[in-house]
Design a protein around this ligand. Sequence first.
Ligand code: SF4
Ligand code: SF4
Length: 189
Amino acid sequence: MTLRVTKRKTTKNMMPAVEKLAGVDLSECYQCKKCACGCPVSGHTEAPPSEIIRRLQLGAGDDILNSDIIWTCSSCETCHARCPMGIDMAAVMDALRILAVKRHAPTPKGDIPTFNRAFLKTVNIFGRTYDLAMIAAYKLRTATVMKDMHKLPAMLKKRKIAVLPPRGADKKTVKRIFDSIGRKKGIRQ
Ligand code: SF4
Ligand code: SF4
């Protein structure tokens, strides 16, 4: 029997693009793993944050954009606070999310990008998060309008969800921030 070993095709090294977007120098990471030890989600993902950096250092291509931690990272900044080299891992995750959306990478964790977009859209429009609009936008985009609807009356009764849009937000300033970041990073909201 002949065993054929073929060299795996790799795409372009992603590290420079991530470093540019995140404003970090990933070569400074020396794999102490303090970030991974403090990360609240790394135990539920395939690869902890330190491994993502190591893979980037080793020349990972587009396949790194399929990593589930990109979408489970809560941007809590614990890793950044613990890192002896001051590497802003939350910014790295943001950069990977932007690249994943731009390159239409598959998302391992359901509809998290759709949820993110629905959340940001409502903040952009109302100046603050507006749960009811966000849920409606998410459900329409994922065709899950009736799912969990039985929970709505109880949530409204307990005031877990506000019926009316938030008041008092500085909409103009928030919109200006969105526009400015969108222009800078080439994102369409
Ligand atoms: S804490 Fe910083 S230096 Fe240590 S592994 Fe994580 S990113 Fe690298
Ligand atoms: S910012 Fe993301 S990667 Fe860093 S500790 Fe928090 S959840 Fe983990």
